[in-house]
Design a protein around this ligand. Structure first.
Ligand code: C2O
Ligand code: CU
Ligand code: CU
Length: 493
């Protein structure tokens, strides 16, 4: 039978408890471990603790020196003891707080059972030597000293770090290895409290260990049963009426798309990824594909509300369907991420946000080269049951150079998705300006470092290969797809 279950069918079936989940490990979505219909919290877990903040490590005098120890860690998630992975003992890892022009030294210590490394996602830094170099591999028990130098004009905003060792990226991120990076504004924006909100998902088995993923879940891109904010299950935040806060939101999920809503409160988007809007945009909903970040002002209304992520149909990988329980859901239910309560004396009206500099616009630039990248899923090369995830027909090979660009030039890339599910495309080091979506020109100036290429769709981007030369990668940011081979190499010279 045709395996694709639309979100509507799944919802209809959900009440009957028949949509089983793939692989042994996952808590069953419907039927066996029913979520409380009021809170969406799976049975056996608790929620509602005050939202905590990761430790913050701030640069001083233009330098930040930190040690990140990646190792197994003990955590309490939703009131239950869990064995996870963490940087410096927990999930998420510490927030690195930087300024443009900074030097950052990261001593990565590998306390894991296998190899790892670290990538500073979205930072515009050199991919060479001991910079953000994807060829670095740190064996178990070893360490490596990275050093990054942010250009003096590095864009402010929200970035993040996570492991990037090909083949185990999804497992390590799913286990809990991620943390936020904030590059402060050159001219501060007056806000009340600032919060980092690292959103991740995880599945725990009955013993509190992180569940592995079945072959079907890897093809689909695994989604955890628990969606966490700063490692907490549906925590609570309290604001005064009219109080404005600034939230730095990271989508650190391996595969889950976030459609964030906070009805009843005002959301003003300052920027997404390294993009910064000239004036904040009033929004109802913020879509973050895996890897994206949002910088947002939240002004409390008068009543309490929940921060939710809504269902998103990103298509399905499997053709075997639900027979044999081999299909995992794809972001097909709403989840409550946090509760926002409003109380106390009304806050004074916040100051207006100063106008931000106009973003660069490559639409008038001279394009040196045009390329097409085709994202496909097909039968495995070995004819086996694992599906092949390819870019231009090829699976990742670190020793093959796929794309060579001229440092300093501007290129136009058309990203085509001939598969039945969305792929969020990510390029290291250099952000991409979206100039057309599905053949329709983009009128606004939109910069992203992860661009969603919808199933059967296409997106055209322009990239300025400025400031750095060297070799790095681009890939699908559904990390299971990256591990399965949907990644290519690029050299700027
Ligand atoms: Cu966030 Cu190459 O990754
Ligand atoms: Cu990246
Ligand atoms: Cu993908």
């Amino acid at each position: 039978m045709a395996g694709r279950i639309t979100r509507r069918t799944a919802l209809a079936l959900g009440g009957l408890g028949v949509v089983a989940v793939a692989g042994g490990g996952a808590l069953l979505w419907a039927g066996l471990n029913p979520a409380d219909p009021r809170t969406g919290i799976p049975e056996g877990f608790t929620s509602g603790d005050d939202l905590s903040q990761p430790a913050e490590l701030r640069s001083t005098g233009g330098l930040l020196e930190v040690t990140l120890s990646a190792a197994p860690a003990a955590a309490t998630i939703g009131g239950r003891a869990a064995s996870v992975l963490g940087y410096n003992g927990g999930l998420p890892g510490p927030t690195l707080r930087l300024r443009a022009g900074d030097r950052v030294r990261v001593a990565l210590k590998n306390g894991l059972a296998g190899p790892t490394n670290v990538h500073v996602h979205g930072l515009h830094v050199s991919p060479e030597g001991n910079g953000d170099n994807m060829a670095v591999m740190v064996a178990a028990g070893e360490s490596f000293d990275y050093e990054y130098r942010l250009p003096a004009n590095h864009p402010p905003g929200v970035y993040w770090y996570h492991p990037h060792h090909h083949g185990t990226v999804a497992d390590q991120v799913f286990g809990g290895l991620y943390g936020a990076i904030v590059v402060d504004d050159p001219t501060p924006i007056e806000t009340g409290r600032e919060r980092v909100m690292v959103i991740s998902d995880i599945t725990l088995d009955g013993a509190g260990t992180v569940a592995g993923a079945s072959a079907a879940q890897r093809m689909q891109g695994r989604e955890g049963d628990l969606v966490l904010v700063n490692g907490q299950l549906a925590p609570t935040l309290t604001l005064r009426p009219g109080e404005r806060e600034r939230w730095r939101v990271v989508n650190a999920c391996v595969s889950r798309y976030l459609r964030l809503r906070l009805d009843g409160h005002r959301l003003q988007l300052l920027g997404l990824d390294s993009d910064r809007l000239e004036k904040p945009a009033e929004v109802d909903e913020i879509v973050l594909v895996p890897g994206n970040r949002a910088d947002v002002l939240v002004t409390a209304g008068s009543g309490s509300a929940v921060l939710r992520t809504l269902a998103y149909d990103r298509g399905t990988a499997t053709s075997g369907g639900m027979m044999g329980g081999s299909r995992q859901r794809a972001t097909d239910s709403d989840v409550i991420l946090a509760t926002v309560t409003v109380g106390g004396d009304p806050a004074a009206a916040p100051a207006a946000v100063p106008r931000q500099p106009a973003p660069a616009d490559l639409r008038g630039a001279t394009v040196t080269a045009r390329r097409e990248l085709d994202f496909a899923m097909g039968m495995g090369m070995d004819g086996g049951s694992m599906m092949a995830f390819t870019i231009n027909g090829q699976e990742f090979d670190p020793d093959r150079l796929d794309t060579t660009v001229l440092a300093g030039s501007v290129e136009e890339w058309t990203l085509r998705n001939s598969s039945g599910m969305d792929h969020p495309f990510h390029l290291h080091v250099w952000p991409m300006q979206i100039v057309a979506q599905g053949g329709t020109p983009e009128m606004a100036v939109v910069w992203r470092d992860v661009v969603n290429v919808a199933a059967g769709g296409q997106v055209t981007v322009r990239i300025g290969f400025t400031d750095f030369a060297g070799r790095t990668v681009y890939h699908c940011h559904i990390l299971d797809h990256e591990d399965a081979g949907m990644m290519g190499t690029i050299l700027a010279r």
